[in-house]
Design a protein around this ligand. Structure first.
Ligand code: C2E
Ligand code: CA
Ligand code: CA
Length: 706
């Protein structure tokens, strides 16, 4: 029998294995050829628990046992793999693996593994999934050994059993001098003393972490019959000075009426280790190593208790990575994981000193700020986190920007319990979430209601489109030079079946938070263009129809071609369509917007800058966009009689003239306002003076009566 496996056997086996078969043949062949083959004799050990390792093994033939604490927890046969945890976690091996029979293995180092799978993300994902499932199996095994050890602990509570249990240290002490009188062999073994040496030893020489006076006090309690038994956690000092953790029980007994203290101590190092590992697995996020939500709730509960006693405050910052889903969907989950890790590290370094950073649900992180002095302290912390995220993450050579929404809740002003505080911070974060922006806000009691309302509306919006509940109203614009109505602005209305007419101010911002706005926007454009065509066919003297565009629509790659198609389907010439865009949209998407606006303008579509004066009012930019009109915002028109507003309106008009742009005053409600706008040289007015937005059917009537 040859001791090594032939290349074709290896290839065939790998091709039949769960995830290797996802690799192409060439890769499998070079893998089989290049990877080292290892042959184990029966009972030979592949690796030991606690050993460092950075390779996984594929079983070509034979059988392996996976052991933990000398108990076999699993067997692996031909076609299985072992040691794969080393691929994601470069820590010590969590189990011992040994051959049960002669076994041939293919060894893949971490480096080799990633280079073979680099080009096949699907395979890599499958492997990572398998590995995480294995770690869950391991967790179950740990759970079982914990239970076993805990059961043993119950046994220790019964003195009688303990005396027969050689795994415990049993000794007797003189209650006055605290000198040892007897020690069982287990105690001698653990403490590394000879029996002849113990007469010199006092309890205080070996028991650490316990104050000698406290020990004396306990013994007094036993002697005075105030207590039957004392139980405590401590450490024992070996002869060489090293320590190990113990759980100890002290009892009193009488030998010929003189009292003797009996001590039973259990070495709990193993239990502690398992507890640590168990805690690590159940209380920490495996990816980032941060405390998970469960542990954070524990920590926060403890902090609340303490703050309550000391009359201090606590703030909880819930940090939501708003665009994480988008990033991880487009760049892949591996990149998503790497990004989560980087985000975790940045949050740790950028959170104020003494704060606790942990992992929340999905794309959330939680920072607990102990003892902020006031509201502005927690705001300051939120702002500085937001600032630190202005620097992109560089992952595999790619710059990635992460947008945060931070919700803040505070003890005692908001919630009293850890869960409530976290939920409130979560609600606040959801309340302000707006993809593409970095925002923070404090929790307010009406937020859950608003949020629920928002969620309901969001669902209704989708249905609304299907059920044709939207309607356009048209508001006239008047040319001051000719005193004739020349165009209309299309303004959307929603006839909600239960709530009646809902203002666009209430539903557009909600629609903008998802893709619904794109569908609504398309519907508005189609309807307005078709309406314009109908009016033109009737020979109505209307020169243009204005339609509002929202920022999210501008993010669409195919915005321009969509608009082009809608216009040509409607049968109108592009010159009749005017698009209204706010400054905010321009500024937020400077690079992409410029190209799109130019294409629209070249097509013949007219462009207006809406709500001018309320945003950046950055005049420098006016030149770089192919605009036709500026709409002066209502706020400047409303109190036009005040000098300041008149000056602003006047400045906007003369500025527009210098750029050869026309001006439209919005919200003109009185003859006086109209007269002033006319006197400063404004070109058009729009507002309740001419009329409120009206349904299409009323338009001919309005035109003829003007
Ligand atoms: P906007 O583009 O500034 O539209 C003008 C708003 O001012 C309209 O409110 C209009 O009814 C109101 N208005 C007109 N004249 C007067 C007046 O003399 N006095 C007062 N107080 N108000 C006047 P509306 O229809 O409620 O629309 C509010 C906002 O909703 C619009 O502001 C626009 O930003 C948005 N919106 C409306 N329709 C659409 C749409 O189809 N798509 C998008 N993306 N946004 C829209
Ligand atoms: Ca508008
Ligand atoms: Ca406006």
């Amino acid at each position: 029998m040859s001791s090594t496996t032939s290349n074709s056997q290896k290839v065939n086996l790998l091709k039949s294995m769960d995830f290797f078969r996802l690799l192409d043949s060439k890769t499998i062949e070079s893998l089989a050829h290049e990877c080292e083959e290892i042959v184990l004799d029966p009972y030979e050990i592949l690796f030991n628990e606690g050993e460092q390792g950075d390779a996984m093994f594929v079983i070509l033939s034979g059988e392996l046992a996976v052991e933990r604490q000398d108990a076999v927890i699993a067997k692996r046969v031909k076609g299985d793999h072992v040691g794969e945890m080393a691929l994601i976690e470069s820590g010590p091996r969590v189990a011992t693996v040994k051959a049960l029979s002669k076994t041939n293995l293919l060894k893949l180092s971490k480096r080799q593994f990633y280079s073979y799978f680099a080009s096949n993300r699907e395979a890599l994902m499958e492997i990572l999934k398998t590995i995480s499932e294995r770690s869950r199996e391991d967790l179950a095994a740990l759970d079982r050994s914990m239970k076993k050890l805990q059961a043993e602990k119950k046994v220790t509570s019964r003195l009688q059993d303990l005396l027969n249990n050689t795994s415990n240290e049993i000794y007797t002490l003189d209650p006055i001098t605290l000198h040892f009188e007897h020690m069982n062999s287990q105690a001698l073994k653990n403490l590394e003393y000879q029996s002849a040496e113990i007469a010199q030893l006092k309890a205080t020489d070996i028991i650490g972490e316990i104050d000698p006076s406290e020990l004396k006090g306990w013994i007094n309690l036993l002697q005075s019959n105030k207590k039957d038994e004392i139980e405590f956690n401590a450490v024992h000092r070996r002869k060489d000075g090293s320590f190990y953790p113990v759980k100890t029980q002290l009892k009193i007994t009488y030998s010929e009426s003189s009292p003797i203290i009996v001590g039973i101590s259990q070495d709990v190092s193993e239990l502690r280790e398992i507890e640590d590992k168990y805690n690590q697995l159940t209380f920490y996020d495996p990816l980032t190593g941060l405390p998970n939500r469960t542990l954070i709730i524990d920590e926060l509960s403890a902090a609340v208790l303490k703050a309550n006693k000391e009359d201090k405050k606590i703030s909880v910052l819930l940090v939501d990575l708003q665009n994480f889903k988008t990033i991880s969907n487009s760049l892949g989950h591996m990149m998503g994981d790497l990004l989560s890790l980087a985000v975790a590290r940045r949050l740790e370094t950028e959170s104020p000193p003494n704060s606790i950073v942990g992992r929340g649900r999905d794309n959330e992180f939680i920072t607990i700020l102990p003892a902020p002095k006031n509201q502005s302290d927690s705001e300051e912390a939120a702002r500085s986190l937001l600032d630190s995220f202005k620097i992109p993450f560089s992952i595999n050579g790619q710059d990635i920007f992460v947008n945060l929404a931070i919700g803040i809740s505070s003890f005692p002003s908001n919630g009293q319990s850890a869960e409530t505080l976290i939920e409130q911070a979560e609600t606040a974060a959801k309340h302000i979430a707006r993809e593409g922006e970095n925002v923070y806000c404090h929790y307010k009691p009406d937020m859950p209601f608003i949020l629920k309302n928002k969620l309901l509306l969001e669902g209704d919006l989708r249905k609304g489109l299907e059920r044709d509940e939207f309607e356009l109203h048209y508001q006239p614009k008047l040319a001051l030079e000719t005193q004739a109505i020349t165009g209309f602005e299309a303004l959307v209305r929603w006839n909600h079946p239960e709530r009646g007419v809902i203002s666009p101010l209430d539903f557009i911002p909600i629609a903008e938070q998802s893709d619904i706005i794109v569908s609504i926007g398309e519907w508005v454009l189609e309807t307005a263009c078709r309406q314009m065509n109908a009016w033109l066919k009737k020979d109505l003297p209307i020169k243009n129809i204005a339609v509002n565009l929202s920022g999210r629509q501008f993010k669409q790659e195919d915005l321009v071609s969509n608009i082009k198609k809608i216009i040509s389907d409607s049968g109108i010439h592009p010159e009749f369509l005017e698009l209204e865009i706010t400054e905010t949209i321009l500024m937020a998407n400077l690079d992409t917007v410029t190209v799109k606006l130019r294409q629209l303008s070249e097509m013949g579509v007219k462009l207006s800058l809406d709500d001018f004066g309320t945003g950046y009012s950055s005049l420098r930019y006016l030149n770089s966009f192919p605009l036709n009109n500026i709409k002066i915002d209502q706020t400047f028109v409303k109190d036009i009689s005040t000098e300041a507003n008149a000056t602003i309106a006047k400045a906007i008009v003369s500025l527009a003239k210098s750029f050869r742009l026309k001006t439209i005053a919005e919200g003109v409600e009185s003859e006086n306002q109209k007269a002033i706008m006319q006197s400063i040289g404004c070109d058009f007015i729009q507002g309740y003076l001419l009329g409120k937005p009206i349904p299409a059917k009323d338009v001919p009537q309005t035109l003829s009566s003007s």
